[in-house]
Design a protein around this ligand. Structure first.
Ligand code: FRU
Length: 496
């Protein structure tokens, strides 16, 4: 039943969205209907379309008591908003309906599980958020909170697990129809951990075991776990808080981690074989995945990060976008990501194709420009045995602003740099990744929308994502070289 709080949220979003024109939104990324958006939630295929719910505060473009917003799509690029589905209005979730997931029940309804947050005083009189797990059942439009909520609470947490950090349930169904769910928890002595639960019907849940324990290796606490089989491997995704950096693989603060390994069929233990960052850029967090009807595993993340979400345009009454949907694969034990192939349907007209030599300076190729583009760039040294020092692409460029993707083959480093993108905040503007190349030969694909850039290096071996707030008219593209570089470009303009 729609309570008063949800009714008000729905009126708020309907009223306020009228002040946002289509031009003020990204072209092919999902943005908050109004107000604030963070994590993707309940990303699913249900009743003939994809559903994306999201952490949502419709009243303000800053984080506040969390609701669940809702949008649907048939290609993951064109989205239609539906009314918000959850508001924090009951005694067990009055401080927020935090992140969670969705599965389809046998009777054809959809089951949502979310983290219900309630404020209490701890033994020292300090106000604390207690986290439990709750359910809601619905039809793709309206969802009713389950009368037995919360279904998991302090009695379902193993010893030393925190009741304040117990969140982000990720459910799935086993081939026999039974239900499993993982969530994250914080152990006093061991740091972030992933717990496994099971249920015969989606409503009665039982703690099974610890699936992963952090030992403070990746930050202090994990968030938003996902686990699935892909190309014969088990893939674990999670977002880590308070990380310390490791080379160029992990950066300080909030980051994303992918573990690739296998699960022992007898013991159920996860044997890790490889770890990597999911996105090496500035703005990416809390991804979720879905399986498409034709069997592809597709991931969407919040195209922001807690450490950088102060780069706000206060004139805008929405804040928060989702990344482009990315098709995942595991190759040679590593996670690869490619923009969802449906993006090709957004290409307008014939591509721009060109080649050039850039030598110790900056080059604007005749006829090459664009602000909402899909551009593939291949570079190599002009002389095979004379590796250049640096190569860069500058895009979203006018007289004052540009964003730069730089590559230094001698250090094998690629850098995204939005320092000159028009930002007026002293936040993180650059990030580097170690990349693979053959003596300076490398290729990458740049997806540029009104407020973001996503770079897919070496067919998606690595991705670097950043939000941008540069004037939409800034559409120049140039190449810069220190040394002599051969460049090959294929660029498509993209449109809705
Ligand atoms: C991750 C997160 C989740 C939580 C939600 C609250 O970005 O902190 O752990 O459920 O955001 O909005």
């Amino acid at each position: 039943m729609e309570g008063q709080a949800l009714r008000e949220a729905r009126i708020c979003e309907q009223t306020r969205e009228r002040n946002i024109t289509a031009e003020e939104r990204p072209v092919f990324h999902l943005s908050s209907r109004v107000g604030w958006m963070n994590d993707p939630n309940g990303f699913s295929w249900y009743d003939g379309c994809y559903h994306m719910f999201y952490q949502y505060h419709p009243y303000d473009s800053h984080w506040g008591p969390m609701h669940w917003g809702h949008a649907v799509s048939t290609d993951l690029l064109h989205w239609e908003y539906r009314p918000a589905v959850l508001a924090p209005d009951l005694h067990y979730d009055h401080a927020g309906c935090f992140s969670g997931s969705a599965v389809t029940l046998d009777d054809g309804t959809q089951l949502l599980m979310y983290t219900s947050v309630a404020q209490t005083m701890d033994e020292n009189g300090k106000r604390r958020d207690v986290q439990t797990q709750s359910l809601a059942v619905g039809d793709g439009h309206n969802y009713q909170k389950y009368h037995g909520n919360p279904v998991l609470g302090k009695d379902d947490i193993p010893d030393n697990g925190s009741i304040y950090d117990f969140r982000d349930p990720r459910m799935w169904r086993e081939p026999d129809g039974s239900f499993r769910m993982i969530l994250v928890n914080n152990d006093k002595y061991e740091g972030g951990q992933v717990l496994l639960y099971s249920s015969p019907d989606g409503f009665r849940w039982k703690y099974e075991r610890k699936l992963l324990v952090n030992h403070f290796r990746f930050g202090k606490m994990w968030e938003c776990p996902d686990l699935f089989e892909l190309d014969g491997k088990q893939v674990f995704l999670f977002s880590a808080m308070d990380m310390i950096p490791k080379d160029f693989e992990y950066h300080n603060g909030n980051g994303t981690v992918c573990l690739v390994g296998s699960i022992d069929p007898v013991t159920g233990d996860f044997a890790e074989e490889h770890d990597q960052t999911i996105d090496y850029g500035i703005d990416f967090y809390a991804p979720q995945t879905v399986v498409t009807p034709d069997g592809r595993r597709v991931m969407i993340g919040w195209m922001q990060n807690w450490d950088t979400c102060n780069l706000h345009m206060e004139s805008r009454s929405w804040f928060g976008q989702m990344s482009v949907p990315r098709e995942l694969s595991v190759r040679n034990g590593r996670l690869f990501q490619q923009p969802i192939r449906e993006i090709e349907s957004l290409r307008i007209g014939e591509p721009y194709r060109g080649t050039a030599e850039v030598e110790d300076g900056e080059l604007f190729m005749t006829g090459l420009s664009g602000r909402i583009i899909d551009m593939e760039v291949e570079v190599e040294p002009s002389e095979p045995d004379e590796t250049f020092h640096q190569f860069a692409v500058k895009f979203a460029q006018d007289e004052i602003c540009y964003t730069k993707l730089g590559f230094r083959p001698k250090e094998s480093v690629m850098k995204i740099d939005r320092k000159f993108s028009g930002s007026r905040r002293a936040i993180i503007h650059q990030r580097r990744a170690k990349v693979r190349h053959e003596n300076g030969k490398i290729k990458f694909r740049i997806l540029l929308d009104r407020f973001s850039v996503e770079v897919f290096v070496n067919d998606g071996e690595q991705v670097l994502t950043a939000t941008l707030y540069t004037d939409i008219a800034a559409d120049r593209i140039s190449f810069v070289a220190d040394g002599s570089v051969k460049v090959k470009v294929t660029k498509y303009d993209l449109g809705a």
